[in-house]
Design a protein around this ligand. Structure first.
Ligand SMILES: [Zn+2]
Length: 366
């Protein structure tokens, strides 16, 4: 017995396609194929490419590369907050906006200098654009404090690091009036800060990833870098707060799809690169966690994949978006061999989920 649902096209506002930069990990074509297979009608690429996407020419390059995905999947490039993502000098935000940037972020790096972030937020506010922050200051920690961290002697990231970053940005949001989006929020304290800021009336939004909603550092048993990401997995308490915040409509979903070649993910927690692929498992995981386990109404779950992400994008950016269809019923096993992404850094192989995008479902309105 299966049931099908159709929704306005799902939008993932946080993907890394490595184009230009690391074509063996992901190209624009393979990333868009993974998005389509995962049930997404639009994706926003992060600008931590090589070179970093800090010029109108690179925005134009990515938009051109993305033509192969249309009409099923729309790719919207985001652009850097600072030149070269170095955090020192604000990029030419006005030209980047004119070239079609979806929003501004230095994702992968936190913009630490108050003066630089304040100037960026003032200029973005004048443009009516959203500034997104990778809310984790530079750290040599690789994991939150947990049994595995202690057993392996790994350097840890304190939960307060995220809260400190969010607190600083909220004060700049208050001072500049700029719309702020907190990327991949991962701690209970961070969630509480965003909730209070919203009550205060600040124009702030935030996203939670499927991995932070499904997994915790308290459950880690092996030195497996497929569980290493930035920010790192939180505690069970953090996960419970994230789920509560999604259910109440405070947080949208985003994958932080981060493909890496196998070599970059070997060497365990201490040495491996951060991040996991997520586009082809995001619908099953978020449905399983939020609708099946937490009892979130399916329409509100879908809103956290469409209405809420849409709200941080420029007007008209997703006009004519295709629909997303999902099917629930028999559990299916995650088969990494069937992935369209070029990378396999994924901790979900063999897990079972009962909601999947309908194959070929991302298509134009009839
Ligand atoms: Zn990030």
């Amino acid at each position: 017995m299966t049931t099908q649902f159709r929704f306005p096209g799902f939008i993932d506002v946080h993907v890394h396609f490595r184009d230009p930069g690391v074509p063996e990990a992901e190209t624009t074509a393979s990333g868009l194929a993974a998005a389509r297979r995962g049930g997404f009608a639009a994706v926003v690429t992060m600008p931590n490419t090589a070179p970093a996407c800090d010029s109108p020419e690179l925005i134009a390059y990515q938009r051109k590369a993305a033509e192969c995905g249309r009409p099923e999947v729309v790719l919207l490039p985001s652009a850097c907050i600072t030149k070269g993502r170095r955090g020192e000098e604000v990029a030419d935000l006005e030209s980047l906006a004119a070239a079609g940037a979806a929003f501004f972020t230095d994702d992968g790096s936190y913009v630490a200098a108050d003066r630089v972030m304040e100037e960026a937020m003032k200029r973005a506010a004048a443009l009516g654009m959203v500034v997104c922050q990778h809310a984790l200051p530079k750290t040599d920690g690789v994991i939150r404090d947990c049994a595995l961290a202690r057993r392996l002697g790994l350097r840890t990231v304190p939960a307060s690091a995220e809260a400190d970053a969010i607190r600083r940005d909220l004060s700049l949001c208050r001072a500049t009036g700029c719309r702020l989006h907190v990327q991949h929020i991962s701690t209970a304290e961070g969630v509480e800060l965003v909730r209070n800021a919203r009550r205060e009336g600040l124009p702030v939004t935030a996203e939670a990833t499927p991995h932070h909603l499904l997994l915790t550092c308290d459950d880690l048993a092996a030195d497996d870098a497929n569980f290493k990401m930035a920010p790192p997995l939180g505690t069970r308490e953090d996960r419970a707060e994230l789920r509560k915040a999604v259910k109440e409509g405070l947080l949208m979903f985003a994958t932080d799809h981060a493909p890496h070649p196998a070599a970059a993910k070997s060497g365990g927690f201490a040495a491996a690169a951060n991040g996991i692929v997520g586009l082809e498992t995001a619908i099953p995981i978020t449905y399983g966690v939020m609708v099946e386990e937490e009892g979130m109404p399916v329409e509100r779950w879908a809103a956290a994949w469409h209405d809420m992400p849409l709200s941080i994008l420029p007007p008209g950016a997703c006009e004519g978006l295709c629909e997303t269809a999902v099917e629930t019923g028999e559990p299916h096993v995650v088969d990494l061999g069937s992935f369209a992404t070029l990378s396999r850094n994924c901790p979900y192989g063999g897990m079972k989920f009962s909601c999947w995008p309908v194959a070929g479902s991302v298509k134009s309105h009839p």
